[in-house]
Design a protein around this ligand. Sequence first.
Ligand SMILES: N[C@@H](CC(=O)c1ccccc1NC=O)C(=O)O
Length: 324
Amino acid sequence: MCGPEIITDEVRKKIAAHAARFREVTRSPFGADDEIGMLNLLSPEAARRAVARADAGAAIDLSVDLFMGMPSWTKAGDPPFQQWMTHTPGGTVLDDLTGAGRVQNELVAYSGDAMSMYTHTGTHIDTLNHFGYRGEIWNGFSAEQHLSSRHWLKCGADKVPPIIGRGVLFDVAALHAVEMLPDNYGIGAADLQGCLQRQGVTFNPGDIALVRTGRMSQWPDPTRYIDNSPGLNLEGARWLAEAGASVIGGDNSALEQMPADDEENWQVVHTYLLGEAGVPMMELVDCQQLSADGLFEFAFVGACLKIRGATGAPMRPLAMPFTA
Ligand SMILES: N[C@@H](CC(=O)c1ccccc1NC=O)C(=O)O
């Protein structure tokens, strides 16, 4: 059978989407202290099962490079990716910042650099404190009690565990036989169901979902990649969350359809997935190779930088094909 697995009552109780109330943050089924939501659906058993049949020699890198001028959220006022040298071999000879002296500086050819960026730049995870409703985030944590002057004290990137399990690609662009879905296309339940049928795979609770729009074909043109992107609509997000996705990634800049099909909420999928369903999101996940190889299920291994309290953090996700 190809489709979402039939969900037992026991599993259903752990999937927050089934208890979600429209535009209210949800209390976690994993308790009042929970900060990672549906990442709790990942399990050592599922991780072992996935990696045991993975071909690590054929791992596919799903991340993009970070570089000056790359697409980023500058239109929302966030800093673009910046990188600069802090030590160069010749400069060191002149400034001698370490005090090692000319002779050693000429010998050791010291290079070092620094960078700055919005935490949602390049391939990254959106944590559960990125969006919520009315000053509250996942599990009812409030800005009043849990937001310091630098970062949230709850649900930050430092709390996100390594994400290892079975990944499933929903190749929506391939379903429609196009290189890329049209601008602003909203991916709904029928598209996702159609992908599983065409691809001959199931989707199980705890699995990692990757949604391919084909937008990566426009990378790295900042305008063509970001503006009016196709992506998940609320129906599609709900379908994946209710099927028990532990995390949902996309090959576009915001996972969701842009602009959103909702006059009252410009981030309707973000607020739903993070605040109501407790499902973290991954963005700028490059699914081009997976699609070209027809790799619809695979072992997924990804971990984010443990930036304390951060609303997002860079990731380097990998997909490893299953051996026969
Ligand atoms: N999700 C993005 C922001 C975002 O999507 C956005 C930012 C500015 C203008 C439009 C945006 N998205 C939808 O139209 C973020 O992580 O900050």
